[in-house]
Design a protein around this ligand. Structure first.
Ligand code: IPE
Ligand code: IPE
Ligand code: MG
Length: 252
């Protein structure tokens, strides 16, 4: 399918796009700059993506900003990233709010500092009533952490006598996880050339279409997004069933 054919199919826009923003370090290294410069350039790319997704009518955008495993990085890089997160949240909050963006942060907040937790609460509160694009930022997030956290919370409810162990089914587990109230991602984009999930939304990505781009995250622009969306529009999603048109013809 050509880009043009795919683009003509406007109904095939993903509702929820999830992005593993990878390649900041290599982008900086290629310019003989410290990795931290790559992270700063990455913020600009994120800003562009949020605007583009909003303009295109995508309902939810989830960005992987810092994983459970990223705590293993050198302390200096971790502090820089936490500081960048804090400053970016404070700096961008009012413009995002003006653009009707609704923001939430998912991940293990117990590992984040007090100032960052406060900034998160403020921006979530400020934008809670907005009706524009829903922006989810995954910070100190891991898919395994998310599943374990959901299990623990369900176990607590069983212990409290609120539910029975036999009530725990896929809906109950999914309902106790991050993003429970949102449609699951239809499209996952990973930049930076690696073809792995690196412990991102393991449960929620069960049926997402996976798009791997060689572009390093700071270089990811509106044209890269257009290519990913065109590719998505050409996918045939079956969810384990048969192709719907074929099914209809066979039934007739
Ligand atoms: C992604 O870029 C940003 C974070 C994980 C915080 P990297 O920092 O992983 O960049 P590369 O993969 O080393 O180039
Ligand atoms: C994944 O990238 C995490 C984020 C982009 C936030 P990593 O760079 O941490 O992943 P690995 O280590 O290459 O798997
Ligand atoms: Mg990386």
């Amino acid at each position: 399918m050509t880009d043009q054919q795919a683009n003509s199919d406007v109904d095939r826009l993903p509702q929820h796009v999830a992005v593993i923003m990878d390649g900041n370090g290599r982008w900086a290294q290629a310019r003989h700059m410290p990795r931290t410069a790559g992270h700063r350039a990455g913020v600009k790319a994120a800003r562009t993506l949020i605007r583009e997704c909003g303009n295109r009518g995508i309902r939810v955008l989830t960005l992987f900003a810092f994983s459970s495993e990223n705590w293993r990085r050198p302390q200096q890089e971790v502090s820089m990233l936490m500081d960048l997160m804090l400053r970016t949240l404070r700096k961008e909050a009012s413009e995002l709010h003006q653009n009707k963006v609704r923001i939430r942060i998912v991940g293990d907040r117990s590992r984040l500092g007090e100032a960052l937790n406060r900034a998160i609460e403020q921006v979530e509160h400020l934008t809670a009533g907005n009706a524009g694009i829903e922006l989810v930022v995954a910070v100190s997030y891991g898919g395994r952490w998310d599943i374990a956290d959901a299990c623990r919370r369900l176990a607590e409810r069983v212990a409290a006598g609120e539910i029975q162990a036999s009530d725990i089914d896929e809906a109950a587990v999914g309902g106790a996880m991050a993003l429970a109230d949102l449609p699951p991602p239809d499209l996952l984009i990973r930049t930076g050339g690696e073809c792995r999930l690196s412990n991102f939304l393991l449960w929620q990505l069960a049926y997402a279409e996976l798009f791997f781009s060689e572009t390093l995250w700071p270089d990811f622009d509106a044209d890269d997004l257009r290519q990913a969306l065109a590719w998505f529009a050409g996918r045939q999603r079956r969810f384990g069933a048969v192709q719907p048109s074929l099914g209809r013809r066979e039934r007739a």
